[in-house]
Design a protein around this ligand. Structure first.
Ligand code: ADP
Length: 191
């Protein structure tokens, strides 16, 4: 019995071997001084509610114009994919707009699509020579993705990405609500 409990503890510990370049803060992502922040965008890159609205408001009209140029050129941004603009009046340099999935009960490939959102944002960052990036909790607001599962996906994908990209400096998770902050804190400090 004791052996089983110990094995279980060791396995649990191994499961969450978190990279030291992952940081957690509570607050408003629009205020962050960092190379790039990620936006939880919609497919039309239109700017909506939640973090998307806050980013468009803080940036000023420039990113809406850049987003509309992207849409004219490439069409809508598919779910799971990302595109990049400047940051307008915000202290960051770039905004990476990623389109997370809307939660429809879990049978519409939502976990895979959320994984893809994080991965595509991180890969786009690498393409642009970005080495530090901040994420909000994609899809966990208006798009209703269950927060615990979303945190597991975000942290696993980021952890995997960092182990493949030794030169990347840091990934900051910016939690706005207490619930997400507690969920991330538990996972990041569990190590
Ligand atoms: P989605 O449509 O992807 O669910 P939301 O913007 O509704 O996007 O929510 C995503 C997450 O962003 C939520 O956890 C919400 O609490 C958070 N959020 C809202 N405003 C901000 C902000 N200013 N900075 C950081 N996170 C924010």
């Amino acid at each position: 019995m004791i052996f089983l409990i110990l094995t279980n503890l060791v396995l649990q510990k191994k499961e969450i071997d978190m990279d030291k370049r992952i940081e957690l803060i509570k607050g408003d992502i629009t205020k962050l001084e960092i190379e790039a922040i990620v936006n939880a965008a919609n497919r039309q890159l239109k700017g909506g509610g939640g973090v998307d609205g806050a980013i468009h408001k803080a940036a000023g009209p420039i990113i809406h114009e850049e987003c509309m140029r992207i849409i004219q050129k490439m069409g809508e941004c598919p779910t799971g994919e990302s595109c990049i603009t400047s940051s307008g009046n915000m202290p960051s340099k770039y905004v990476i707009h990623t389109v997370g999935p809307i939660w429809r009960g879990g049978k519409m490939h939502e976990p895979e699509l959320l994984t893809k959102s994080y991965r595509s944002a991180l890969e786009l960052a690498v393409e642009f020579g970005i080495k530090e990036i901040a994420f909000p909790n994609i899809s966990t607001g208006i798009y209703s993705f269950p927060k615990e599962t979303a945190a597991d996906i975000a942290l696993k994908e980021t952890n995997d990405f960092l182990s493949e990209n030794p030169k990347f400096k840091k990934v900051v998770f910016v939690c706005f609500d207490d619930e997400n902050y507690d969920i991330y804190k538990k996972r990041i400090n569990e190590e």
